[in-house]
Write a new protein. Structure first.
Length: 267
């Protein structure tokens, strides 16, 4: 893994997630870009905090952020980047090029279930980015994962485990690998546009049992990182998948790497 992008909004959640990110990039010996996207000049929510242009202000905040986290350590592999516009759009645009092997973002478990299903910036980025998204949950103590589980339908979960980019992560972490084949209960509904049918299938007893089996396997194998294949479906199905797999795993304090359809085709 050559390069990782870490977007930050300077929040406590972001600063907490960076503690894991710092260990991760050092283990991978990867270059790290820390970026912040500020609101464009037409936004009524944009305001000035300091002297200078918004780019200058943001760059200064990013430099202070880096210095506060790395102290006397070498900053040779660290760079900063400020961008103007919507943060999600900025991240997606940066992921289009092949410059970043991974985008890492902080995740929160403090939102209510409705907000989690609708998804925030992290959920939207996970669905639309062109690079794998590592979502880091809030935790009091982070450590590098020793047990990683790949989750997807039978053909794609196996493909992900032998993928060259993922193999580099596994090798660097010296992790044990588990594969969980989980045919999605809503997968058969791809050609159906009836949202009530999708909801009925997702909330069925069979679907809940599938989710329960996966969570039990995660607990039994002491899984410390999940790699999840988010399949290309309609928005409702993707948001429900995100909530029932990704968010519930994050709520257990386990980091998740999300690989959507755009990313899967480029791996």
């Amino acid at each position: 893994m050559r390069s990782v992008l870490f977007p930050t909004d300077f929040s406590n959640d972001s600063k907490q997630a960076f503690k894991f990110m710092k260990m991760f990039v050092q283990k991978m010996n990867a270059k790290l870009t820390i970026m912040n996207a500020f609101l464009d000049s037409n936004s009524p929510r944009r305001f000035r905090l300091e002297e200078g242009t918004m780019h200058q202000q943001t760059d200064r905040r990013l430099r202070r952020f880096v210095q506060s986290e790395f102290h006397d350590e070498s900053l040779e592999n660290i760079r900063i980047k400020s961008d103007e516009g919507n943060p999600v759009n900025a991240i997606i645009e940066l992921s289009k090029g092949m410059s970043y092997d991974l985008v890492a973002m902080g995740g929160s478990k403090d939102f209510g279930w409705f907000a989690q299903i609708l998804g925030g910036r992290t959920a939207k980025t996970s669905r639309l980015a062109f690079s794998p998204i590592l979502i880091i949950p809030q935790s009091e103590k982070y450590r590098m994962p020793k047990n990683i589980m790949f989750v997807g339908n039978p053909s794609e979960a196996n493909t992900l485990t032998i993928n060259n980019r993922m193999q580099k992560v596994i090798t660097a972490l010296n992790a044990n690998i588990y594969v969980h084949h989980s045919p999605n209960p809503s997968y058969v509904l791809n050609k159906r546009k009836n949202w009530l049918a999708i909801l009925g299938k997702r909330f069925s007893l069979k679907a809940r049992n599938r989710n329960a089996v996966m969570m039990k396997k995660i607990q039994a194998a002491n899984i410390e990182m999940l790699v999840y294949r988010l399949e290309d479906k309609n928005i409702l199905e993707q948001l429900l998948d995100y909530y029932y797999v990704v968010q519930k795993t994050l709520n257990k304090g386990i980091p998740v790497i999300v690989i959507n359809d755009r990313t899967y085709k480029r791996l």
